[in-house]
Design a protein around this ligand. Structure first.
Ligand code: DC
Length: 228
């Protein structure tokens, strides 16, 4: 069976990564979470004081991009790939609400996008990949055989994300703060000039506000099997 590319785009916290992981496991494909890459660059920018609540020194970040090395390492115990920034595992640090608060701003920078898109295209060269993000079906792999575009109401998404943060032991969060972050990321991600979040013409839209994980997986697998 020939290997294909499955591109999953959509708003934040629409369950893209959950679905992508299920599909990759079923098909024995590689899963790439491109949001993790933008989050790792954001963490680097925060650690170097290029970005905080008061300022964002884009120039400094851009000239330092060459010193940012990103790669994924598969963790056999967890059964998933973890994000490494300059050879250090940053999987936990990149998932905090603080990083979420700055990541959309960092993602507007064309130089950042160019560097990450090139790396993503390299990872998909052999096909057999499930990649999720915001611009996978439109920019990274416009020729992907399967393109999905995920949506759900902001309230449902904020509730899911809030629960995730609580489960991770993040006690400083409130539902209101998470909802605000979801809404502000929606806005920045879909209105930025370079590669805004938008549904590719040939993508299939899935609103999973009221859909269970099993049902979603079954529906999408039957759709994919027609394209393999
Ligand atoms: O998927 P996520 O919520 O972890 O992504 C974090 C942010 O990264 C998201 O708000 C926008 C940005 N992003 C992007 O601009 N392009 C991608 N392909 C993936 C993520």
């Amino acid at each position: 069976m020939s290997k294909i590319i499955i591109a999953i785009d959509g708003f934040s916290s629409t369950g893209k990564s959950t679905l992508a992981k299920q599909l990759a496991k079923e098909l024995h494909y590689v899963y790439v979470d491109t949001g993790a890459m933008y989050r790792a660059v954001t963490l680097y920018a925060m650690r170097n004081q290029y970005i905080d609540d008061q300022q964002f020194d884009k120039k400094a970040l851009i000239s330092d991009l060459k010193n940012i090395k990103l790669h994924f390492v598969f963790n056999d115990d967890k059964g998933l790939a973890e994000m490494y920034l300059n050879d250090k595992n940053v999987e936990n640090e990149i998932r905090t609400l603080e990083v979420s608060q700055f990541v959309s701003q960092v993602s507007t920078i064309s130089e950042v996008r160019k560097k990450l898109v090139e790396q993503q295209q390299e990872m998909g060269k052999e096909r057999g990949i499930v990649m999720d993000g915001r611009d996978i079906g439109t920019v990274v792999f416009p020729d992907a055989e399967v393109k999905l575009f995920m949506t759900a109401s902001a309230d449902k998404r904020a509730k899911r994300r809030y629960k995730e943060l609580l489960d991770r032991g993040d006690e400083d969060v409130s539902y209101e703060r998470v909802l605000k972050n979801v809404e502000s990321r929606d806005y920045i991600d879909s209105t930025r000039l370079d590669s805004p979040l938008t549904k590719a013409d040939d993508a299939i839209e899935i609103d999973n506000s009221d859909m269970g994980l099993e049902e979603q997986f079954e529906r999408i697998m039957s759709l994919i099997s027609t394209r393999l």
